[in-house]
Design a binder for this molecule. Structure first.
Ligand code: SF4
Length: 287
């Protein structure tokens, strides 16, 4: 039988599950990253966004988080202080704050060293693709929420800059650059951030830049009304598909390279697991 998660006040079990029937509740809002997950795998989207299951803890995103934190800290400094040694120190400081997590996960000394080296390499590649002393920052780690065509869109923007050609949305990527056939998703992602900025700040960003800090390349997108219009149409189509899936309960697993970073393999038929009932328990995820 399907289940619905209910929150309790503190000092009681964090979650329990009550029977729930179709249709499933449609999420009240979407973010650019949720939309990307929707495209990649409906089952992972359901687990994360509708069932709201916690993913088993792991080291998969620690390097990305530390890189983002270091670059965010760097951009808070006066331009003359935005140097590579300072960036390394910011990254090291964030990494030290993960000591408890790494200990709890029983990460080996060799694995820690490998992750730490990945972090240092990402910071160095950042300096290879951009000179931070030339960046005119408008905002970093900027949380936004707005109505776009009657639906709620949310997102956290890595950075937005003022350039001679207008505002530029900047997104740091600490994963391998996707195959060119998926590059449209990247353009859509920066355009969605642009739409959010437009809706909340009243000015349309004119360009988007994705800084790929594993491959050391920058992808540039010109943001214009035609692209914004195409993205709004995609967003509306995604909402309609999502509503249909919530009515039918059909959220198929879509196996691909993204499975490497998915915490739901234990309850995924594409990996020999069994699909959880709606609202399955966190214990089942960890099984
Ligand atoms: S392991 Fe892959 S196919 Fe399965 S839920 Fe995760 S992303 Fe989807």
């Amino acid at each position: 039988m399907p289940w619905l998660r209910v929150h309790h006040p503190p000092r009681r079990p964090a979650v329990t599950y009550l029977p729930m029937s179709l249709p499933l509740p449609v999420p009240k809002q979407l973010s650019p990253s949720a939309l990307t997950l929707w495209d990649r795998c409906r089952l992972a989207f359901r687990y994360r966004t509708i069932d709201r299951l916690p993913e088993p803890p792991g080291t998969g995103n620690l390097v990305g988080l530390a890189t983002h934190a270091a670059l965010d800290g760097l951009m808070q400094l006066p331009v003359q202080d935005r140097t590579l040694p300072v960036a390394h120190e910011l990254a090291a400081s964030t990494w030290r704050s993960y000591n408890g997590t790494l200990w709890a996960l029983a990460v080996s000394r060799e694995e820690r060293a490998r992750l730490r080296a990945e972090l240092a390499a990402a910071v160095e590649r950042y300096f290879a693709v951009e000179d931070p002393t030339t960046v005119d920052v408008v905002a970093t780690e900027h949380r936004m929420k707005a109505e776009v065509d009657g639906r709620t869109l949310t997102g956290v923007l890595d950075r937005i800059d003022r350039t001679p050609d207008g505002l530029a949305v900047v997104d740091y990527k600490v994963t391998r650059r996707p195959h060119p056939s998926y590059s449209w998703r990247e353009g859509r992602q920066v355009a969605l951030y642009g739409l959010l900025w437009q809706a909340t700040a009243g000015e349309s960003p004119a360009q988007g830049r994705l800084l790929h800090l594993v491959d050391g390349v920058v992808t540039r997108w010109k943001l214009h009304e035609g692209l914004y219009g195409a993205v709004r149409t995609e967003l509306a189509n995604a909402w309609r598909s999502l509503e249909r899936a919530c009515e039918s309960g059909e959220f198929p697993a879509q196996k691909g390279p993204h499975c490497d970073w998915c915490g739901f393999q234990a309850c995924c038929p594409a990996w020999g697991g069994t699909v959880l009932p709606f609202g399955g328990t966190p214990e089942e995820v960890r099984a």
